[in-house]
Ligand binder design. Sequence first.
Ligand SMILES: *Cc1c(COP(=O)(O)O)cnc(C)c1O
Length: 388
Amino acid sequence: MPRRILFTPGPLSTSPTVKSAMQEDLGSRDRSFLEIVAQIRRVLLEVAHLDPERYCAIPMQGSGTFSVEAVLSSVVPRNGRVLVLVNGAYGRRMANICQRLSLPHHVLECSERSPHDPAMVEATLDAAPDTSHVAVVHCETSTGLLNPVRDIGAVVARAGRSYLVDAMSSFGGMDLRPERWNVDYLVSSANKCLEGVPGFAFVLARKAALRESEGHARSLSLDLLEQWKGLERNGQFRFTPPTHCLLAFRQALVELEQEGGVKARAARYRANHVLLLRGMRQLGFRRYLPPENQSHVITSFLYPAHPRWSFQRFYDELNSRGMVIYPGKVSDADCFRIGTIGRMDQQDVRALLRAVGETMTAMGMDSPAQGRQHSWAGEGNTGGPGPA
Ligand SMILES: *Cc1c(COP(=O)(O)O)cnc(C)c1O
């Protein structure tokens, strides 16, 4: 099969060495396997600058959502209530999880184009003293927007509530400080910026908070405290572990270190993002978010207002060139998304930009870069509302 490059929010491209690390069948009680699990748990804490005295890493089978659901279903007491901060699809998903679990919750929603305001969170908590937990998404992968996790954490801590952060698409791709930001539960997955293969996710939990959650779990398989206790007791997962994914993940962590750690990886992703923005602007595309709210993880671009535009055609043409992009996920504008995380570099982004240029020609959409200015071409990519 020809190589495909995934410019998506996940699954993401992984290195050949990460994939080939899976060529081994290990028993779940095998001594070397248990040592690998222990090592992974240690390194995850190091990546997050967390003290193993106060925090623990809990890998959990399933995709990222399973671990978000594991936290929500496990740590909220019967008389508790979750405040879910929503400004995109992943925040909305957390509210959906609460709804399915019949967890008492309320939602603070703001525009998908703007980050949450810590002062609003504070006012909402003041008005709802029964709120025990606050849940927020760090990088809203539906747009690429970053929420001010640190400042919200200060408000949550001052109000004496517990704090859950979905850092799925930012952890490993940005230098995060969960302890300084008062995070009790941080969730991320093997197959986002840590560049492992999909199959499990993990929770970095403050032990004191986790211990207090005794008896709150509503799920057997997603019981976070039980998962932790099992790992502490005998180093094992409670149910069949994703052995091959863990082998791949160990290799992915080695490659993170070889790259120079999170800061170097963040610099690679940022360079990908900057190059992508410049190239897409030259091709006439405009981004959805104002620049100050935009992360280097993923970028939403507005559909061009051109009679020949068709996202399906655009997607298929790019796909046939080995470039996988993603549909948009915002409610108030037609967008598509291009991710700049995973095992890719500027050469790959340049290849994508070439493919976008070819695709536009194939679709009969001349780009300004080809010398003809069209009405849909944005002058200056200010991220303002689209021409459509
Ligand atoms: C990828 C992602 C998830 C989890 O998605 P899965 O498909 O369950 O892995 C959750 N939140 C955010 C912000 C994400 O980017």
